[in-house]
Design a protein around this ligand. Structure first.
Ligand code: ZN
Length: 84
């Protein structure tokens, strides 16, 4: 399953570290970010990246970006937004 969402080309992911050899390198960092953001909004306490559930990405700015970093960044933004 490959991600076809427009967030693949979102330049906000340019700053994420590259993950060339990790297990998550083919997973969509955009989807990882959204998953983290949604978990952050509800301040979820039992976190599970569940990388296998994320779509693959072979294109755009999220290609080979660390889904771990993307999830963490999304989680932080979600928690911050939960206080607004
Ligand atoms: Zn995606």
């Amino acid at each position: 399953m490959a991600c076809t969402k427009k967030h693949r080309y979102n330049t906000q992911y340019n700053n994420l570290p590259v993950d060339q050899g990790g297990v998550g390198r083919h997973r969509c960092a955009g989807c990882a970010y959204e998953k983290g953001y949604n978990d952050g909004l509800i301040r979820k306490e039992q976190l599970d990246l569940d990388l296998d559930s994320l779509p693959d990405s072979q294109a755009g700015t999220v290609r080979h970006k660390s889904p771990h970093a993307a999830y963490a960044a999304g989680y932080l933004n979600g928690v911050e937004d939960s206080y607004k």
